[in-house]
Design a protein around this ligand. Structure first.
Ligand code: CU
Length: 112
């Protein structure tokens, strides 16, 4: 059995995560699949003789999402100062996403 963790892209809610999980769980040779919407990660355990990353990726893509091998991306959490409303955070998100190499940027603005 091979255990791995992959990054899932394109999910926007818990039902997306459930959809991906259901699709991948059905694959032949898949022993266990768990998708976490909060971290956008998929933890899988599968028979390496039957399945590999490409096959899992294809199934995820057929379901309308994307799959990436983990180690290439790094996640950082930054504290932003000076935002006063939700549209501020949208602006910061927009400029951050334009940066080369940024795959994903989510800003949590909570009124205090
Ligand atoms: Cu959804």
């Amino acid at each position: 059995m091979v255990e791995n963790s992959y990054a899932v892209t394109g999910m926007s809610c818990a039902s997306c995560a459930a959809h991906v999980q259901k699709t991948v769980s059905k694959l032949e040779g898949m022993d266990e699949c768990e998708v976490n919407i909060a971290t956008e990660k998929m933890n899988v355990r599968y028979d390496g003789q039957i399945l590999d990353f490409d096959k899992i990726k294809k199934a995820v893509e057929n379901a309308g999402y994307g799959l990436a091998e983990e180690q290439k991306t790094k996640k950082v959490e930054l504290l932003i100062e000076g935002m006063s409303c939700a549209s501020c955070s949208a602006t910061v998100e927009r400029v951050t996403r334009k940066l080369e190499g940024v795959g994903r940027c989510i800003i949590n603005w909570t009124p205090s």
